[in-house]
Design a binder for this molecule. Structure first.
Ligand code: KG4
Ligand code: ZN
Length: 339
């Protein structure tokens, strides 16, 4: 395999237009992220149609900026990669169409990447010596997975959510509390000021033998609590609700992660996805992993939430294993992690 292989990667699955140049799967030469958050915030969440249009308006500028940041020209790029799914169909189409155009015009291979695999690979950008096998908790706005990463291209799903994703639950509860989108970072901040034992919210499936998760019951419990308080005209302590809710979510994530680590005799564990930016999740897992002598890895916050650098890393490990896409590559809005 060629040394210093440069991949230009495009990520447009949700509300971030991002383009990165990654060398040999681990070195970030550039990672430009144009966030649409301030636009969607007005609506309380991502509006798919607006997301697609904004990607379209900015994609060419972001590609140019990414090359400039890396100090490179199109002729220096060996492979072009893009997110093929999961995500919003219109948003994905903008990235995939741009990547196909570059592949055709520059006559270089195209690699379609699974966004969730990208989240796992975000760890390789920060932890240069990290190699599979390891276990992982992948928690984003749309997905919640417990995984056994046996090799770069061999990921076994051990558990998943039966309904809402953990990040989605953070966003919905934040919205009910009147906090802005995205809710995760807001709850994270508020929780630090509140009492996590103030309200005893349910921990769904915590004693269940499976590794699956469920968040719809917890979401309903928090909404019921808020409605009852409102009906009785009682004051709501937002910080206490945030802290108690977060504690309920994290308890289940941590207990199931540790049970999997023990049962599968895992030596290393990673977390990734937007929710991996959560301060208390990292602290709690670190404490438990230290007790067991397990090495815990997580990306820096910028690589936890959506970015193209992680897509470039995943593309590299696909490419060197012969996984190259054709120009008729489609988008897969509901792609599972190991598909
Ligand atoms: O990975 P990501 O950027 O996009 C998806 O692939 O979905 O994840 C976004 C999610 C949002 O639900 C956001 O609220 C959540 O990650 N998030 C957090 C934190 N930062 C972002 N959740 C909890 N605590 C945080 N600090
Ligand atoms: Zn994501």
């Amino acid at each position: 395999m060629k040394k210093n292989l440069k991949i230009l990667a495009i990520e447009t699955s949700c509300d971030e237009t991002s383009v990165a140049v990654i060398e040999d799967g681990r070195n970030v030469l550039s990672n430009v992220i144009s966030s649409q958050i301030s636009t969607h915030r007005v609506f309380g969440g991502v509006v798919p149609e607006i997301a697609s249009r904004m990607h379209l308006e900015s994609i060419n500028h972001i590609i140019k900026a990414s090359l400039e940041d890396a100090g490179l020209n199109f002729s220096d790029i060996d492979v072009v990669a893009c997110t093929k799914g999961p995500g919003l169909i219109g948003a994905l189409l903008v990235g995939i169409s741009s990547a196909k155009a570059l592949s055709l015009a520059l006559d270089i291979p195209l690699v379609g990447v699974n966004h969730m695999e990208g989240h796992i690979c975000a760890n390789y950008l920060v932890h240069k010596d990290l190699e599979p096998p390891f276990g992982g908790l992948v928690v984003s706005g749309g997905h919640t997975y417990l995984v056994n990463v046996k090799d770069y291209n061999d990921i076994e799903i051990i558990g998943r959510t039966k309904d809402d994703a953990a990040g989605e639950c953070f966003d919905k509860i934040a919205r009910a509390l009147g906090l802005p989108y995205p809710g995760g970072p807001e709850i994270d901040k508020r929780a630090k000021l509140g009492n996590k034992n103030a309200i005893d919210f349910p921990r769904p499936l915590i004693d269940d033998n499976s590794y699956d998760f469920s968040y719809s019951g917890l979401k309903t419990a928090v909404l019921n609590y808020l409605n009852q308080k409102n009906q009785k005209n009682k004051e709501i302590d937002i910080n206490d609700v945030a802290a108690s809710f977060q504690e309920a979510v994290l308890d289940v994530l941590v207990i199931k992660s540790i049970r999997m680590i023990k049962e599968y005799n895992m030596k290393k564990f990673i977390i990734s996805g937007g929710v991996a930016a959560n301060t208390s999740l990292k602290e709690k897992l670190q404490k438990e992993c230290d007790k067991l002598g397990i090495e815990l890895f997580y990306p820096t916050n910028i690589f936890c939430t959506d970015n193209a650098a992680m897509i470039g890393s995943a593309a590299y490990y696909n490419y060197i294993n012969g996984k190259v896409s054709e120009l008729d590559l489609k988008v897969y809005p509901n792609l599972e992690l190991n598909e």
